[in-house]
Design a protein around this ligand. Structure first.
Ligand SMILES: [Zn+2]
Length: 133
């Protein structure tokens, strides 16, 4: 395979890191689904005995649910980035910043293997309010 740019991590390491990352994120997603399921069961049981108290808690429960939802969305976004990272590995573009086209540091790739940007550009994008990692 020919590469114009050189990534700081080799393909094998990158695949291993991405695989680990994906597994970890999927476990979090799965645990959250399980939690939500148990929560629903508990609630329907509570409804029978403590309906008044349940109503009082409704506000914070909605908040908890919204928070859980935003975490789920961010995890799914990262899983999509991991898929993209696999594509880049195939094209030999993995580990190259999408903005400046320079190789992303090995340290950063190990901490967040699905990242699209180098530390400088990620900081820049965060400052600009795009909210990207
Ligand atoms: Zn960059």
């Amino acid at each position: 395979m020919q590469q114009n740019q050189h990534s700081n991590v080799d393909t094998e390491t990158a695949r291993r890191l991405l695989e680990q990352e994906r597994k970890g994120l999927e476990e979090i997603l799965h645990a959250r689904e399980q939690e939500a399921l148990e929560e629903t069961e508990r609630e329907s049981f509570q409804d029978l005995s403590t309906a008044d108290q349940h109503n009082a808690d409704l506000g914070s429960e909605t908040f908890q649910r919204e928070k859980a939802e935003s975490i789920r969305i961010s995890i799914e976004g990262r899983l999509a980035d991991i898929d993209d990272a696999y594509d880049k590995l195939d094209k030999g573009e993995y580990g190259i910043c999408e903005v400046c086209r320079r190789p992303i540091s090995e340290e950063r790739l190990k901490a967040r293997p699905e990242t699209r940007y180098c530390a400088e550009d990620a900081a820049q994008l965060t400052r600009n309010g795009t909210g990207l990692p």
